[in-house]
Ligand binder design. Structure first.
Ligand code: ADP
Length: 239
């Protein structure tokens, strides 16, 4: 049984079909890239999976449960975590406080156990030394790692990452990719990442990619194969 299953999911905004009868499956512990140029429907797809929008048509099944019309806060406890789903870092709050929020709201912990969980997650992502620093003072990489720690504190079965590598330099990207690998292998968390630009990192991250184009699934398959496919190159080069 796949962890996540979308069956012919469609979302319209007025006359525009932002997501057009998409079906896809994600397995436990899998690394899947959702690739597509700007406007291809990636964000809308994420919003449907996380419950920001409900589909006009189709069904979404997570871990065997129909979540098609479930509000976002009821999806998180089932194990579906999105990096930017809960509030952006509170400026004056510390790193540990930001991460503990994930454990409280996502995993329903009380304050003490949320703090313990948060400490563990900070250690896992390698920023435990920043525990008591104000979140607003973090570098972009540190902030990204904090967001990951917060999402992990929700004890997800699946992490939905919004462009997690955007704005990072190659060494930052490597660090994040190493971490995502570990999370998948050690915690068996499926990681779905959105990627706007075709880049080297996606070939290292994703075992499989789904390429979106004008709301439809253009092609899906093993990463290397798909990214060298003439149709995919055409979409990106805008022939
Ligand atoms: P991507 O994330 O791949 O850039 P989006 O899902 O943001 O693509 O957008 C897909 C299409 O849906 C675009 O044409 C966009 O303008 C449109 N769209 C997205 N959200 C809304 C909205 N809330 N209202 C109207 N149109 C929207």
């Amino acid at each position: 049984m796949p962890l996540l299953k979308l069956e012919n999911v469609t979302k319209r905004f007025g006359g525009l079909v932002a997501v057009d009868s998409i079906s896809l499956e994600v397995e436990e512990g899998e690394a899947l890239g959702i690739v597509g140029p700007n406007g291809s429907g990636k964000t809308t797809l994420y919003n449907l999976i996380s419950g920001v929008y409900y589909p006009d048509e189709g069904r979404i099944i997570f871990n065997g449960e129909d979540i098609t019309k479930l509000p976002p806060h009821r999806r998180t406890p089932l194990g579906l975590a999105r990096t930017f789903q809960i509030p952006r870092p509170f400026g004056s709050a510390t790193v540990i406080e930001n991460v503990a929020i994930g454990a409280m709201f996502g995993a329903g912990r009380d304050v003490d156990s949320a703090l313990r969980e948060a400490d563990e997650m900070l250690e896992l992502v390698g920023i435990d030394h920043l525990r008591d620093k104000e979140a607003k003072l973090l570098t972009p990489l540190e902030k990204r790692l904090m967001e990951l720690a917060r999402a992990l504190a929700m004890k997800p079965k699946m992490l939905l990452l919004d462009e997690v590598m955007a704005g990072m330099n190659p060494s930052d990207i490597n660090r994040i990719l190493d971490l995502l690998d570990r999370i998948r292998k050690e915690e068996k968390v499926a990681v779905v990442s959105m990627v706007e630009h075709l880049m080297h990192a996606i070939t290292r991250f994703a075992e499989r990619v789904v390429v979106m184009h004008q709301g439809k699934k253009l092609i899906e398959g093993e990463t290397y194969e798909v990214l060298s496919h003439p149709e995919v190159i055409e979409v990106y080069l805008g022939k």
